[in-house]
Design a protein around this ligand. Structure first.
Ligand code: NAD
Ligand code: ZN
Length: 335
């Protein structure tokens, strides 16, 4: 079958990847849609990996169950499903609560599909049946985008603990960011969005941002809307300049959420950030967050901007994603 794989030479399309077979507790899912995440570029750029190459990318999955292994409980063959990506030990306090994304044990060698185990940028993928949630009533491209872009945004915005009327700054209006804008708006917040690409600023306004500005105009936009800074800043880039901006834009008692996996660091301490600043470093999301964000999509409360691409265009689309040239989420639709 066809699959987009991370190899020692980079990201490649392969035509001859063996068809996956469901082991005990597993399901084979025919991929209907699989998202391309900016994290894939960061993973691909690392000089070393804790997992073996080649490995199939794709940690955003929507599809149809086509086979079940022995003892697989949950979905039935034929069901439309989305994949919950995080993997944990299943028994620690975090996992037991459904917060598998922050498993306290993080078992060595246990990798999410697409981030170390073979993922969804393929015709078929094998995953734990228990990681599949119903995705009926959703366009598969939207369901796929909601499993990471949506899930991570939902988790990050939930943890901001913001209230109606609060001012939220969203830095980086990409796959995750355009959903973070909407999720903040759904909580009644006002949003200032920041991006370096004009088309993303237009997307942010369509998503409900009150102001969408280039980085140089951010301080003035925030000052016009709130006295003393923003209640929350969500940084979906995490470069030196965006984290410095986050520290300048957040108001006393506010929160900075560092979602981007950029390599920059935010100095935190007395006089480094405003008094009472909280800093969060959220990762992906809980099982409950996925159920919630899929439901928001199902009820038409989230407008997910997707661009469907075929197998032949995935590698070039990653290059475009790297250049900031994808609007919303690019999603592989195999046929
Ligand atoms: P994306 O490429 O779709 O979006 C990034 C956006 O940031 C683009 O619109 C780009 O134009 C904008 N941008 C770049 N430099 C900027 C700057 N200096 N100021 C303002 N905007 C700028 O990426 P994505 O898939 O939405 O992912 C966003 C980030 O979140 C990535 O770093 C990704 O690795 C990370 N991520 C984190 C988690 C997590 O669990 N913490 C999960 C998924 C993705
Ligand atoms: Zn991701």
């Amino acid at each position: 079958m066809r699959a987009v794989r991370l190899t020692p030479d980079g990201i490649e399309l392969h035509d001859d990847v063996p068809d996956p077979v469901a082991g005990p507790g597993q399901a084979v899912v025919e991929v209907l849609a699989a998202g391309l995440c900016h994290s894939d570029l960061t993973v691909a750029a690392r000089p070393e990996h804790p997992f073996a190459l080649p490995v199939t990318l794709g940690h955003e999955l929507a599809g149809r169950v086509v086979a079940l292994g022995p003892g697989a409980a949950g979905p039935a063959v034929g069901d439309l499903v989305a994949g919950y990506g995080p993997r944990g030990c299943g028994t620690c306090r975090s996992c037991f609560r459904g917060d598998v994304n922050v498993c306290r044990r993080r078992p060595v060698g246990l990798f999410p599909p697409g981030l170390g185990a073979d993922g969804a940028l393929a015709e078929r993928v094998v995953v734990d049946a228990a990681s599949l949630v119903p995705a009926d009533g959703l366009d598969p491209a939207v369901a796929a985008a909601l499993t990471d872009a949506g899930l991570t945004a939902q988790h990050a915005v939930r943890r901001l603990d913001v209230a109606a009327g609060d001012l939220v700054v969203v830095i980086g209006v990409g796959g995750l960011g355009h959903l973070a804008v909407q999720l903040a708006r759904l909580r009644g917040c006002r949003v200032v969005a920041i991006d370096v690409v004009e088309a993303k600023l237009e997307l942010a306004l369509r998503a409900g941002a009150e102001r969408a500005v280039l980085p140089d105009d951010a301080e003035q936009a925030v000052a016009e809307l709130a006295v003393g800074g923003a209640d929350a800043v969500v940084d979906l880039v995490a470069s030196e300049s965006t984290l410095a901006a986050a520290a300048r834009l957040v108001g006393a008692g506010g929160v900075v959420s560092i979602v981007g996996v950029g390599s920059a660091r935010l100095p935190v301490g007395m006089h480094a950030v405003p008094l009472g600043t909280r800093v969060d470093v959220p990762f992906w999301g809980s099982r409950g967050d996925l159920v919630d964000v899929l439901e928001l999509g199902r009820r038409g409360l989230l407008e997910v901007e997707t661009e469907a691409v075929g197998f032949d265009d995935v590698v070039a689309t990653y290059d475009r994603l790297d250049r900031g040239d994808v609007l919303g989420r690019a999603v592989l639709v195999p046929r």
